[in-house]
Ligand binder design. Structure first.
Ligand code: SOE
Length: 390
């Protein structure tokens, strides 16, 4: 068991950089993991912006070249919080340098990249190097509880999976063309950015995998102002316009290998819906329903209860996943806590020498679904099978 502090290098400093920074800090304070993260270096091309993040979150130093950050002897973990077009290159270099890797979702911008990354992670694993992909919502207590209940058979055999990820931050056609709207940087739009989360969550909760899909994608606003400056999701418009090259919204139906049928929706145009991750599973013995906009609650129906009806479980009690580490019972958690749970779980796996989850192989599985949805949409929603894991 490792007992030394482990140095973290975080590549990227915007929205996800902030979310991960507080995760590393709070993992140490609230979860007391067997290895302690030291926030050694944050890396960004904009030294001033990276320096500002370093000052606010306690990173010890700043690099402007990610290769220099990875090469440092005092760095053991590389945390990739950059746009998708850089994930593969950084992750491969970090694994080759013998560093543990946490990579933001989606794992890559293509199945080919994700395959290469997964192979590299599996090779590095032989030398005790751990890797994980940041599907953070798995670590929302209500979602972790949902997974546990389904695995325990509490809703029986799953027949229906209904999943939506609804946001509205692009409804305004004057909202600028940030990197999330550029295919070469983001890989895809709503599909890969937020659809990837609900694909992962449904596969995680059911313990099953999507075997085939049929999908539609749409880009409602095809041209947007070029940004003058941007940070995270917000941006200021500059002069000129550019083409949006990703989907604004995607819907698809799917079939799980175990027989459940599913519908999915991912959109940035659901006016009034801010971060609505809505999941409903109906099984032979019961159902579960979750909405991230009420994230401390899981609705559960058990058909064989004395007086069946949906129960609203406040997932805020010490016996619920992750909750005991935080506040007195009933006080509830927020968006940022998932990132702390993610950092704590990753550190615990490194210390214990176990495989953290979701693995790069899980990320590859999601990537295959994303590709199949795009292939299907491009061919007029033709049914498209998904390659099972090797
Ligand atoms: C933007 O849609 C975004 O920030 C995603 O990139 C994140 O993964 C999600 O957690 C919140 O929304």
């Amino acid at each position: 068991m490792e007992t030394q502090p482990l140095g973290v290098a975080m590549i990227g400093y915007a929205f996800m950089g902030q979310a991960h920074s507080q995760g590393w800090r709070n993992a140490r304070s609230f979860f007391d993991p067997a290895v302690v993260p030291e926030l050694r270096v944050v890396c960004g091309r904009d030294a001033e912006a990276a320096g500002d993040l370093a000052r606010r979150f306690g990173w010890q130093s700043v690099e402007t070249d990610w290769r220099a950050a990875i090469a440092r002897d005092d760095v053991d973990i590389v945390d990739i919080c950059t746009p998708g077009d850089t994930h593969a290159e950084i992750a491969l270099a970090a694994l080759a340098a013998g560093k543990h890797v946490l990579c933001e979702k989606p794992l890559a911008n293509s199945v080919e990249e994700a395959e290469t990354m997964t192979e590299a992670a599996q090779r590095a694993r032989v030398d005790g190097i751990r890797s994980m992909v940041g599907f953070t919502y798995r670590r929302v207590p209500a979602i972790a509880l949902a997974q546990r209940l389904v695995a325990d058979g509490r809703i029986g055999e799953v027949r229906h999976v209904r999943a939506q990820y609804l946001q509205d931050w692009l409804v305004d056609p004057e909202s600028p063309l940030t990197w999330r709207l550029q295919k070469e940087r983001a890989g895809s739009g709503a599909l890969g950015d937020i659809g990837a989360h609900v694909i992962d969550l449904t596969q995680f909760i059911t313990g099953d995998r999507l075997a085939g899909v049929s999908g539609l994608t749409e880009t409602f606003v095809k041209e947007r102002p070029l940004p003058r400056s941007s940070s995270g999701l917000s941006a200021t418009a500059g002069s000129g316009t550019g083409q949006v090259t990703v989907d604004d919204a995607t819907v698809f139906i799917g079939r799980f290998a175990g027989g459940a049928i599913a519908s999915f929706e991912a959109t940035r145009f659901a006016t009034g819906r801010k971060n609505a991750i809505r999941l409903e599973l109906n099984g032979t013995r019961g159902s579960i329903a979750f909405d991230f906009e009420d994230m401390n609650v899981l609705n559960v129906y058990e058909a064989d209860a004395d007086e069946p009806g949906f129960r609203r479980i406040q997932v805020t009690e010490p016996h619920h996943p992750y909750v005991a580490a935080w506040w007195p019972a009933g006080h509830g958690l927020g968006y940022e806590h998932g990132f702390t749970h993610q950092a704590a779980d990753f550190l615990t796996a490194i210390a214990a020498g176990t495989d953290p989850s979701p693995s790069f192989a899980d990320g590859l599985g999601v990537q295959r679904v994303l590709e199949a949805v795009e292939t299907s949409a491009a061919s007029g929603a033709a049914w498209t099978p998904i390659t099972p894991p090797a």
